[in-house]
Write a protein that binds this ligand. Structure first.
Ligand code: SER
Length: 463
């Protein structure tokens, strides 16, 4: 084990990961942009393996059989959607960096397991006695239980810390179609008392979510799911792994939340600095964390050519930005601030992602424009919403979808933003009904021309 006085920084973890796998014959491949190339099935790049999808299925050949990447990913829509959790759990992000090693029909389970173990325990120095793994139990998908992986893990981990879980946890697929396979997850136990053991029902990472942090997912790619749902074996078994840099940095630094790591804390601090004395007494961390996360996603998405607008990917970005701006209003940020936090993102990440620096002026201009436009209606919209909440019949928990449609149409409040605000008042919104009301409104004559349907709609993609 490497002796260190200071915990490694996230930059050191990122670099060490690439070096570790390069030393083991992997080619370092650059992060793909967030907008998938030639893949209409995907809203945003959501995993390191996306750029290798056709390599796994054998449709494309590369001059290497092993690769290592640090891939920027966004999970804010479609199949892997973390947006609603962001800011209010310690571990979810819209944009995150995924560390991954890949084998295209070369090495398989044994090496993937041994190397993951060596990297975590020897390179990063994480305590082996706190690492708990899961393997596929053979239920929920038409594939056998992964006894082989369990046996391989038994070399490193006592049996009591090897849990078996169903497909929901331990069978990974990129979307409704594409390469997939059973997977094995490495979690770190964060509790104060000794962890339970796998023979105790209702325990482990699946059931005690708050006591564990999932670090690394090793996917044993063996199948391709086709349009009709059948699974075809891949030409050669392959490996796809993914480890969230923010989470592993949290574990290495020994802090509670991603937002306390050097990847995000400077952005949280920047939002607080900008709010300064205007921060209301008793303000919570959540809004600042939302801003930190969303500014990071915004800067990267604009860099990769996504601009806030009314449909598809652009609408997801708009929702992200408006969610942050509205949270800013709750913590004293009454002047445009997002562009300043985005500037900090460029400063913090520009060495690793030089494209951010190249696009800094565009990020600044686009963010300012969106912020100014939304601010023109934000206060009026919030007043309208608060009035509707006050007038809301206390006996009903469900909110009038017509008001949500009006808020979108007149004040530019994305429907899900209204839903988030309503949830804070213990009210629910039928979002589908609100979208229908919006269509009816716009059909009746004009409005802002939101495009929520057809090819550009968010639900038109899965990711
Ligand atoms: N594709 C898997 C995941 O996203 C492993 O990288 O979890």
């Amino acid at each position: 084990m490497v002796e260190r006085n200071e915990p490694m920084t996230a930059a050191q973890i990122r670099q060490r990961f690439v070096e570790f796998f390069s030393e083991r014959g992997h080619t370092h491949v650059a992060s793909a942009p967030l907008v998938p190339r030639d893949d209409p099935t995907l809203l945003f790049v959501n995993a390191g393996m996306n750029q290798f999808k056709d390599v796994f299925t054998g449709r494309e050949q590369r001059p290497y059989q092993r690769a290592v990447t640090v891939q920027r990913c966004v999970r804010a829509g479609g199949k892997h959607n973390d947006l609603d959790n962001v800011g209010f759990t310690p571990r979810h992000q819209t944009l995150f960096e995924m560390l991954g090693n890949f084998s295209f029909g070369d090495y398989f389970k044994a090496d993937a397991i041994d190397w993951a173990w060596a990297f975590l325990t020897e390179e990063l120095g994480l305590p082996p006695e706190r690492l708990v793994v899961t393997v596929f139990d053979g239920t929920g998908e038409d594939a056998p239980a992964d006894d082989e992986a369990a046996e391989m893990w038994a070399k490193h981990v006592p049996k009591g810390r090897i849990y078996r879980c169903s497909a929901k946890e331990n069978f990974w697929q990129m979307g409704d179609t594409g390469p997939c396979g059973p997977c094995s997850e490495i979690n770190i136990y964060r509790g104060d008392v000794a962890p339970a053991t796998a023979d105790q029902p209702g325990t482990g990472p699946e059931h005690e979510e708050d006591a564990y942090l999932e670090l690394w997912n090793l996917v044993f790619m063996q199948y391709e799911k086709l349009d009709d749902g059948t699974m075809r074996p891949l030409p050669r078994p392959s490996i796809d792994t993914g480890m969230g840099l923010e989470r592993v940095a949290t574990a290495v630094a020994g802090v509670h939340s991603n937002y306390e790591t050097d990847l995000l804390a400077p952005l949280v601090d920047e939002a607080k600095r900008l709010a300064g004395d205007a921060i209301p007494e008793g303000a919570k961390e959540g809004p600042f964390r939302v801003i930190a996360d969303h500014a990071r996603a915004t800067a990267f998405l604009i860099t990769d050519g996504v601009f806030p607008d009314k449909a598809g990917r652009s609408y997801v970005l708009r929702r992200i930005m408006r969610r942050a701006i509205r949270h800013g209003a709750d913590v004293g940020l009454h002047e445009p601030f997002m562009h300043a936090v985005c500037r900090k993102v460029v400063e913090l990440y520009g060495d690793v992602y030089p494209e951010l620096r190249e696009r800094a002026a565009v990020i600044d201009e686009v963010v300012r424009g969106e912020e100014e436009a939304f601010r023109r209606t934000l206060d009026r919209g919030l007043r309208r919403l608060n009035k509707a909440i006050e007038q809301h019949d206390a006996d009903r928990s469900s909110f009038d979808p017509d008001v949500a449609a009006e808020l979108y149409d007149t004040y530019g409040f994305p429907i899900d933003l209204t839903a988030v605000i309503l949830r804070e008042h213990a009210l629910t919104l039928d979002e589908a009904a609100a979208e229908q009301a919006l269509r009816a409104r716009q059909g009746e004559g004009g409005g802002r021309g939101a495009n929520l349907g057809g090819g550009g709609s968010i639900s038109g993609y899965y990711s």
